[in-house]
Design a protein around this ligand. Sequence first.
Ligand code: EPZ
Length: 439
Amino acid sequence: LLRQLMDVMRIEGGNPLSGTIPVSGAKNAALPIFAATLLSEETCVLKNVPNLSDIRFMAEILEHLGAEVEQTDPTTWKITARNISHRAPYDLVRKMRASVCLMGPLAGRLKKAEISMPGGCVIGPRPIDMHLKGFAGLGMKVKVDKGYIFLDAEHACGNPIFLGGRHGSTVTGTANVLMAAVLTPGKTVIECAACEPEVVDLCKMLVSMGAQIEGIGSPTLAIRGVDKLGGCTYTILPDRIEAGTFLIAGAMAGEKLTVTNLRVADQGALIDKLKEAGVPLTINSESSITVSKSSEPLKPVDVVTHPHPGFPTDIQAQMSTLMSVTPGISIVTEKIFPNRFMHVPELLRMGADIAIEGPNAIVKGQPKLSGAPVMASDLRASAALILAGLVAEGTTWVLRIYHLDRGYDKIDEKLRAVGAVIDRLPEKDMPKDLNPESA
Ligand code: EPZ
């Protein structure tokens, strides 16, 4: 890990991408699904798990809680949570926000949970009030004290629960309440549930363990609590955000880039915008799309992020990179995390022209970007910088790529295999005069 912390990514721009690039399993489905293994004392075998540091963190936390965790091959994990503790301390969960989704399974299975309160992060404040409202709605006693959340679910029972907030539904909030409800007596109805494919995947995994859930994929989830859940063997869905990042890479630099192992059905909003911009795109099958850089200039498009099936916030930064080299003015509006523009100052260093006005980025497309040392700040911002590096003139150095390793499975290897000139090297090998951190 220390080695990865100190790595940088070096990209020589201007090399066309061609061939086939495969998509890994979805991080944001795998994380709650790993947490859901705590709901049973039997073994769960999870397949198509991406190779990410966030997954390793989650595995470590489950082990600490008492589960037996084994990675049987690079994409398969076997987890048995026979005897587990209800307490997840700060030094463990602080590494990863997604550990918040341990609350639901612990409270569901053990009828009590004690978890360190997650912090904010660079994409803005990340409140969990709706999660807590959901738990209270299930009749749990909820207490926040000294940085910890205490849940007492001894008298919990199914109820109607409304989970909509000012930015719409909540993805991990829905997952959390759902995971508690599957082992809570009575009927729970979650209204304004998140409809993200990752929530659907979690529902399917829970059903394969014996949970009773109706309305899967809709904003109304009806759950009938059961006494016990069994083990399962479950294959995690493809990562639609990784897939979307590669589709945009193809639109920027593709000679004929085929993205495979994706689910076309999950890419509707992005495909629509790429077509509107004039990106040549062919759907080969349910799981494969070929995309190329247009020989004509693309058209600017306006993008507004929304909960699924709207345009995903997790692909906003990458789309902004595409628009920053598309002639004309594009307006990108972020409705989920209104401060999620950390990629912008770094793209400016590469010659982009983007102004931020509240939750809007006004992107004036430039004829070219130029390579520069830039700093990764969060996962998707990092991906946006890699995309910029692929088309920039000269060399781009992306520092702090541990953000990238949290959520992109071997992105450098995958891009190199389709023609990108990208490599990972220790930060100490980067020329000192280029490194803003070697002051
Ligand atoms: C999930 O975060 C994803 N993380 C995020 O992925 C993603 O950006 C986000 O959903 C939106 O799609 C995981 O799945 C692990 P939310 P989550 O609760 O669940 C507000 C990535 O790069 N809100 O759906 O935390 C919240 O502030 C990441 O992979 C409340 O107000 O997001 C936001 O404005 C980053 N109170 C909106 O709701 C709450 O209690 C949606 O957030 C909860 C959320």
